[in-house]
Design a protein around this ligand. Structure first.
Ligand SMILES: Nc1nc2c(c(=O)[nH]1)N[C@H]1C(S)=C(S)[C@@H](COP(=O)(O)OP(=O)(O)OC[C@H]3O[C@@H](n4cnc5c(=O)[nH]c(N)nc54)[C@H](O)[C@@H]3O)O[C@H]1N2
Ligand SMILES: Nc1nc2c(c(=O)[nH]1)N[C@H]1C(S)=C(S)[C@@H](COP(=O)(O)OP(=O)(O)OC[C@H]3O[C@@H](n4cnc5c(=O)[nH]c(N)nc54)[C@H](O)[C@@H]3O)O[C@H]1N2
Ligand SMILES: [Mo]
Length: 598
């Protein structure tokens, strides 16, 4: 409050959580917008699918999936690209495996090999970061060979001519050198996808976490639109959501440029509806995104922060910069289950409670709104997040009196059309209801946009792209590609899973995975220590051999505080989604000079 009075509303910012409930996300963004008085609210979606959402909003008018992952069972062809579902989406992976057993062709497009390759009809490895050249070559083949669906394009889309022209020169032969895939393989993938009666595309962080992440997603959307592979059972576009409630937290408005349900803060009519609902004037200026907030702290513009259920001091790119920002804040409040690396910077730590300890709803990757009920008592002094947020709101003079998340949900229904016909009572009866839902007594829609897209005129749009290099290409000084991501055993920054005995016993220490050839070249044996250096930092960790990694690449999971991958990563942002390039940085590898003590 003192910072707000002295420096104005824009000196405060908040990061909400995709691990909390929809009601908690709603209250958090409402606190920032009505209490702090700005739109400086964001969360981990910025580091995750922000670019996918930017492309989907632009081209389809909606950021959610067009079909659930259960629809894979209906599809003839399923493309998986930039995702590793056996590790990161095990539930969806069971549907992909089941589909494959029933005859669905699985096509995997990824620089790395993975467990699902065993189920794939084709598994195509390509040059990291070369997605746009590969996808434009697929589009070229589909157009040159007349495999597109003219009737669908005429009825449901605009901009096909511009797309046609933009890929006219992206022949498989021309693109092969850029993406490292043989021209005939490109043709085969294009034909299998386009000739399928029903086909789906699923994608993950390998698509989104690039400075050209939005372009990558635009290409996938173009593929689906050109072939008419949306709006029917067994067809669709599905960016696999990561955190348990990142869909719900985004829908509920933990995003700096939009109010709940993606309603732009700058639209005075839409804003007026929320000003009436909350009985407060709202700022019309988009707020700062995750990485922008860190920059604004360095610039002295943001002075105080409230971070709820995010471990920024581990998950942000270029941690030296991000941690210095956290250290520079005049006041930092962290609300978490554990004393995380971020909490080490806090002036106040508020003990929150976990999912099994509280009531609330969450929305998963399939748009299924699910009700969770408290199953365990609150430990120690911990409180439900919604309760703590309300206490803070009342210190800002907001006078909130919610007795239970159910009352928050009822308020959300007034501001969010996506929750139409999904009452708390109904969720209590049915446990889970998919949105959009046409009536109180009808099921929700698993597949959407059969008739029209939620854009002007009901038409989806082709957005042409051209290949761009990574922000930091490899060179003689930094000749190896650093890519980062996840392991089955750990969740993100390890704040929870490294405290879980069994998981920590299975994966106890920081590892870097490399191909046998790469280890040979470096003269490092598996189990020996390796240093990785980028223009931003150096870490030392154990080398592991992995024949699924291509030569010229090193993979590091970001779960380990003692060798934090994000000390190395590049904070350069995609201009549309504002997502950093977690999947590509130039690095140098060396055998560690001194053996590190364990
Ligand atoms: N066990 C576990 N499960 C999780 C999580 C976790 O931390 N641990 N996190 C959750 C969250 S929030 C998320 S967002 C999801 C993420 O789930 P995924 O998106 O599956 O996760 P990543 O490990 O980041 O790997 C993405 C894939 O991208 C590929 N890739 C790398 N570079 C490129 C490229 O240039 N182009 C393409 N096309 N692919 C590339 C990698 O080889 C890898 O197969 O997982 C969720 N599930
Ligand atoms: N290098 C690299 N960096 C990445 C990525 C990458 O692929 N590579 N991926 C990015 C992606 S996709 C994501 S989603 C982000 C994730 O980034 P973060 O969200 O910062 O990571 P988590 O470790 O999931 O942090 C969640 C925190 O919430 C706490 N928590 C869990 N449940 C609750 C609850 O109910 N209440 C409260 N108050 N706290 C709770 C946990 O203890 C944990 O500390 O990381 C991003 N960073
Ligand atoms: Mo994520």
């Amino acid at each position: 409050m003192a910072i707000k009075q002295a420096q104005g509303p824009k000196a405060l910012a908040g990061f909400g959580s995709a691990k909390c409930s929809n009601e908690e996300a709603w209250l958090f963004q409402k606190l920032v917008r009505t209490g702090f008085g700005s739109n400086n609210v964001d969360h981990c979606t910025r580091l995750c699918h922000a670019s996918s959402v930017a492309a989907l909003m632009e081209c389809l008018g909606s950021g959610a999936v067009t079909a659930s992952f259960m629809q894979a069972l209906e599809a003839d062809v399923v493309i998986l690209t930039g995702c590793n579902p056996a590790v990161n989406h095990p539930v969806a992976a069971t549907f992909f495996k089941q589909a494959a057993k029933q005859g669905t062709e699985i096509i995997i497009l990824d620089p790395r090999g993975q467990a699902l390759d065993a189920y794939a009809t084709m598994s195509v490895r390509f040059t990291p970061g070369a997605d746009v050249s590969l996808f434009n070559a697929l589009l070229h083949v589909i157009i040159a060979e007349g495999l597109y669906n003219q009737a669908y394009i005429d009825a449901h889309t605009e901009g096909f001519e511009a797309l046609k022209q933009s890929v006219a020169h992206s022949t498989p032969d021309a693109m092969s050198a850029l993406c490292g895939v043989a021209p005939d393989t490109i043709r085969e993938v294009a034909r299998r996808y386009a000739n399928a009666e029903k086909a789906m595309i699923f994608w993950g962080m390998g698509i989104s976490q690039h400075t050209h992440g939005t372009d990558n997603a635009r290409c996938l959307i173009s593929l689906a639109l050109a072939c008419g592979h949306t709006g029917r059972p067994g067809t669709g576009l599905h960016p696999l959501r990561g955190q348990n409630n990142v869909q719900g937290a985004s829908d509920a408005g933990l995003i700096p440029m939009v109010l709940p349900d993606y309603q732009p803060v700058g639209d005075s009519q839409l804003r007026a509806a929320f000003e009436e609902l909350w009985n407060t004037p709202l700022s019309d200026e988009p707020g700062l995104t995750v990485v922008e907030v860190m920059n604004a702290i360095h610039a002295g513009e943001v002075r105080g922060m409230y971070i709820l259920g995010e471990n920024t001091a581990m998950s942000d790119p270029d941690l030296t910069h991000a941690r210095a920002a956290l250290g520079k804040l005049e006041h930092l409040v962290v609300q978490d289950l554990f004393i995380t690396e971020t909490a080490q910077f806090a002036d106040v730590i508020l003990p929150a409670s976990a999912w099994p300890e509280k009531d609330g709803t969450v929305t998963n990757t399939n748009r299924q709104v699910q009700l969770g009920r408290a199953a365990l008592p609150l430990p120690g002094e911990a409180k439900p997040d919604w309760w703590i947020i309300q206490e803070i709101a009342n210190r800002f003079g907001l006078g909130w009196r919610y007795q239970h998340p159910q009352e928050v949900f009822a308020e959300m229904q007034q501001g969010m059309h996506s929750f139409n016909h999904i009452s708390w009572e109904r969720l209590a009866r049915e446990n889970s209801v998919t949105y959009p839902c046409p009536a109180e007594d009808a099921p929700g829609q698993d597949v959407v946009f059969s008739d029209a897209f939620p854009r002007a005129g009901g038409l989806a749009k082709f957005a042409p792209t051209r290949p761009l290099p990574p922000d930091e290409p490899v060179d003689d000084a930094y000749p190896t590609v650093l890519t980062t991501g996840r392991q089955l055993e750990h969740w993100h920054t390890g704040s929870m899973t490294r405290r879980a005995q069994v998981l920590d016993a299975l994966e106890p220490e920081a590892v870097a995975s490399l191909s046998p050839g790469e280890l040979n070249r470096l003269g490092v044996a598996p189990g020996e220590k390796l240093t990785i250096t980028t223009r931003r930092g150096t870490i030392t960790l154990t080398a592991r051999v992995d024949d699924k990694i291509p030569d010229g690449m090193v993979f590091v999971p970001f779960a380990y505080a003692e060798a934090a991958a994000n000390l190395l990563t590049n904070p350069a942002l995609d201009p549309y989604g504002k997502i950093p390039e977690f999947k590509y940085a130039a690095c140098r590898l060396e055998r560690a000079a001194v053996p590190q003590p364990h």
